[in-house]
Design a protein around this ligand. Structure first.
Ligand SMILES: [Mg+2]
Length: 453
């Protein structure tokens, strides 16, 4: 057992529970989410709720996203962190999530499972994000606004600069955040008015027919999106054909990104991407292994002017640092639930700002849109100060299960107004989709048993 956290002074509310849930949605039945590497995902959340004895009814909600089998492993990793969290002062944790984040990352035995990568790190991200959800609810602010109005010195204190200072020092980060305050009020007003640009992946799943691809691509343009994305990488002739169909459907002025989901080696990534050139793809996403920094740099040189994007499987800020240092990416794709939570994403946003590389977050799955919109909106209002060449991925799946789902209108994410991180699932969703005993999965099992009988 790790050492017990210091006991807070009496009258100081504490975190009393970390309740966990294995939530799975049967998305594989509709081929929604199908790509070259993930043909049958069941979008899932290893979900947690922080409860307190503050008596204000507020809870912190957070989750790691997985695609089905293994979600139980992810839940177990969150549970392994429980002793670090229960008993801590709510005020201290919410006033300084960075300290808890360092404690979780630094667990002297659990860190062997990483360090700072994979299941354990995603568990840390889920817990840290739940703390930020609680902190924003207590402040009565949507998270984007809490961050955008935060004192730059305090934001810098929330970042772990160990391993970063060869690319970004705390002083440089402070300077970037101070500069980000110039004109922040005007940008906040613009954000509330227009929202933040989105692009849609809904037309592009590999399992969809030509008819469905064309129809959804046309619909995306009609809905106001200026970019769509297609999955590629299973069959070259098919990809050439599907991309031409999509180009015909959207016309010359809408950007089409393509996403290989790590399907290729470096040389194949270059030849395949070049073969798609006549349809003018905007970026190639995850052309190869997310760990291959020099490989991405080679692909980028080989496919220009097509841009290279990656990040949804990038483990941590250190790999992002190297991708930027190596000139390996044109687009940084943060993911709200892959790295160690808001604190680490703050580090990645600062690195991207330092290198002048646009951030276009990965989203979709379960609740990733709900979370990551807050980070991009903060970045626009109070860090990079621009939405130029920046779009948040949008996929129209599973939003109905959230208490405050994203609202995308005219190709833009509407700025959330509800306090918190938009992370909270509806109680019905938890009751139905808890695995294996929620009502949906229990009925499923009964039906199978009947078939077999
Ligand atoms: Mg992707």
């Amino acid at each position: 057992m790790p050492p017990a956290p210091p006991s807070p002074p009496s009258g100081n509310p504490v975190i009393t529970a970390v309740d966990t849930y294995d939530i799975r949605f049967p998305t594989s039945r509709r081929l929604a989410g199908s790509d070259a590497m993930n043909p049958d995902p069941d979008y899932s959340a290893a979900y947690l709720v922080l409860r307190t004895d503050a008596g204000d009814g507020l809870e912190g909600h957070g989750f790691a996203f997985t695609i089905g089998r293994g979600n139980d492993v992810q839940v177990a990793a969150i549970e392994a962190l429980r002793p670090h969290v229960v008993g801590r002062s709510v005020e201290e944790v919410c006033g300084d999530p960075g300290t808890l984040s360092r404690v979780l990352v630094g667990d002297s035995q659990l860190r062997w499972l990483g360090p700072e990568k994979g299941v354990m790190h995603m568990a840390i991200g889920a817990v840290v994000n739940a703390v930020w959800d609680l902190a924003a609810k207590r402040a009565g602010e949507p998270l984007w606004r809490l961050l955008a109005h935060a004192d730059p010195e305090w934001l810098v204190s929330q970042v772990d600069f160990r391993y970063l200072t060869d690319a970004l020092t705390p002083e440089e980060a402070l300077e970037l955040l101070r500069r980000g305050k110039d004109g922040a009020d005007t940008r906040e007003a613009a954000l509330r008015e227009r929202g933040y640009p989105a692009y849609t992946t809904s037309p592009g799943w590999l399992g969809y027919s030509d008819e469905k691809l064309t129809r959804l691509a046309e619909q995306a343009v009609a809905d106001g999106f200026s970019q769509i994305k297609l999955k590629v990488g299973a069959d070259l002739d098919e990809d050439v054909r599907r991309l031409r169909l999509a180009r015909q459907a959207v016309g010359p002025d809408v950007r089409i990104a393509v996403d290989a989901n790590q399907r290729w080696g470096v040389a194949e990534a270059i030849t395949w991407t070049r073969a798609l050139a006549d349809s003018d793809p905007y970026w190639i996403e995850e052309p190869t292994s997310p760990d291959d920094i020099l490989g991405h740099a080679a692909v980028r040189r080989g496919v220009a002017p097509v841009k290279v994007a990656t990040g949804e499987h990038v483990h941590n800020r250190v790999v992002f640092k190297q991708l930027l240092q190596a000139g390996a990416v044109d687009v940084v794709q943060i993911d709200a639930a892959r790295v160690g939570g808001v604190n680490e994403n703050l580090a990645i946003l600062l690195l991207a700002a330092k290198f002048g590389v646009p951030v276009c977050p990965h989203a979709g799955g379960v609740g990733l849109c709900e979370l990551v919109q807050h980070l991009s909106m903060f970045d626009y209002v109070a860090l990079s100060g621009t939405t130029r060449n920046r779009v948040i991925e949008y996929v129209d799946h599973l939003h109905e299960h959230f208490v405050t789902p994203v609202l995308v209108r005219g190709g833009h994410y509407t700025a959330p107004t509800a306090p918190g991180f938009s992370a909270q699932l509806r109680a019905e969703a938890i009751a139905e989709h808890s695995y294996p005993d929620g009502t949906f999965w229990a009925a499923e099992r009964a039906a199978r048993a009947e078939e077999a009988a």
